[in-house]
Design a protein around this ligand. Structure first.
Ligand SMILES: Cc1ncc(COP(=O)(O)O)c(C=O)c1O
Length: 373
């Protein structure tokens, strides 16, 4: 129940243990085609250039920036946690002039902040982290995307934690470049990064003046492998691709709307249980992630000691706060397969016991009853 990786369904683990075929074998090519089709459905896009990068979410982040940025380009990046900070680092390494739009950790990036930044510079792209895993805040992006396009820029979105757990609508929101991860709400082990580029982003990537500095992540080369040509580029991680194929099949079998509803209901249940324990969700009200719940550590409680006991005595993993939130919050993940009523009840029982024994009196039965509503 940490911030990812989440639990993995047995059928995904079984798929990953199947015999290895060649990465240009017709069986594997069929898996690649089906994976692309399913990813389009999960991302809610018609983008042809939709496939998984061989690498984790950070590789997807690099993929978007190395292909779209040329040295000297200006980019605007929303920074309200660890992953916006990482985007700035990556974009800076690509030679971009980075304009940061900052919000306190736990808060969202407001459209007005982006509008103000767009008055002072003319960026090639604007990038936002949809679901900030380090803080538990979900930034709504529809209005931001409109502002970005009105300014003639591309809109880049990090959906590592949002994809498969809450709505992500690439075409409706006009997202030009997106990356995600397999290990959060898709409930597959870490190892691949689903990405998608709009035709507008592809045009920018193919008409660059300079070569993409990363050979491995150059979309112009990857397109020949993941496209119809099937030209050898790198040896795809076959077992990971089997796993992702099955994980996506499970997402679509459940249905996107049902899956989102499950994540929302379980978030509400956990929150009700925590409230009954006099605990607060730390991220901005009205913009709290369903799949990653940040809980404020009450005064006098040793954050790390509680986490250690949960792990050692109950085999429950939750996450710590990062950066300015270190020691101040816990991060409780309810992602994909992990988002289950039984997990919430088991967690509340263990958490309540530890809190009581730490001198913070809570009524565990009342909390569990509240979480059952
Ligand atoms: C929002 C977000 N972006 C990017 C990443 C980086 O992904 P990875 O750790 O898979 O490289 C993470 C990882 O937790 C994340 O939560």
């Amino acid at each position: 129940m940490g911030p990812g990786p989440s639990d993995v369904a047995p059928s995904v683990l079984m798929a990953m243990s199947k015999p290895i075929v060649g990465h240009l074998d017709p069986v594997f090519v069929k898996i690649m085609d089906e994976t692309k089709t399913m990813l389009r459905e999960v991302f809610q896009t018609k983008n042809d250039m939709t496939f998984p990068i061989s690498g984790t979410g950070s590789a997807g982040m690099e993929f978007c920036f190395v292909n779209l940025i040329e040295p000297g380009d200006t980019v605007v990046i929303g920074v309200n946690g660890v992953f916006g900070t990482r985007m700035c680092d990556v974009a800076g390494r690509c030679g971009a002039n980075v304009v940061k739009v900052e919000a306190p950790w736990g808060q969202i990036i407001e459209p007005k902040q982006i509008a103000d930044a767009l008055k002072t510079c003319k960026p090639k792209l604007v990038a936002i982290v949809h679901a900030e895993t380090s803080t538990g805040a979900l930034t709504p992006v529809e209005e931001i995307s409109k502002l970005v396009h009105a300014a003639g820029a591309l809109f880049v979105l990090d959906t590592v934690t949002s994809l498969g757990g809450c709505p992500v609508k690439l075409d409706a929101w006009q997202v030009d470049a997106v990356y995600s991860g397999t290990q959060k709400c898709l409930s597959c082990p870490p190892g691949m990064s689903p990405v998608s580029l709009s035709p507008r982003a592809m045009e920018v990537a193919t008409k660059r003046k300079t070569k993409v500095q990363s050979w491995y992540l150059d979309v112009n080369l990857l397109a020949s492998y993941w496209g119809q040509d099937r030209v050898y580029h790198h040896t795809a991680p076959i077992s990971m691709a089997y796993g992702l194929h099955e994980a996506l099949r499970l997402v679509l079998e459940e249905g996107l709307e049902n899956r989102f509803r499950r994540h929302e209901q379980n978030h509400k249940a956990l929150k009700a249980g925590l409230h009954a324990m006099k605990m607060e969700i730390a991220s901005q009200a009205g913009h709290q992630l369903w799949q990653l719940n940040t809980v404020t550590v009450p005064a006098g409680i040793d954050e790390a000691a509680v986490r250690r006991r949960l792990l050692n005595e109950f085999s429950i993993e939750i996450g710590a706060g990062l950066g300015p939130l270190k020691g101040k919050i816990w991060r409780v993940g309810l992602m994909g397969e992990t988002s289950k009523k039984e997990n919430i009840h088991t967690f509340l029982r263990a958490f309540g016991k530890i809190l009581n024994e730490s001198g913070y009196a809570v009524n565990v039965e009342v909390a569990i009853a509240a979480a059952k509503v």
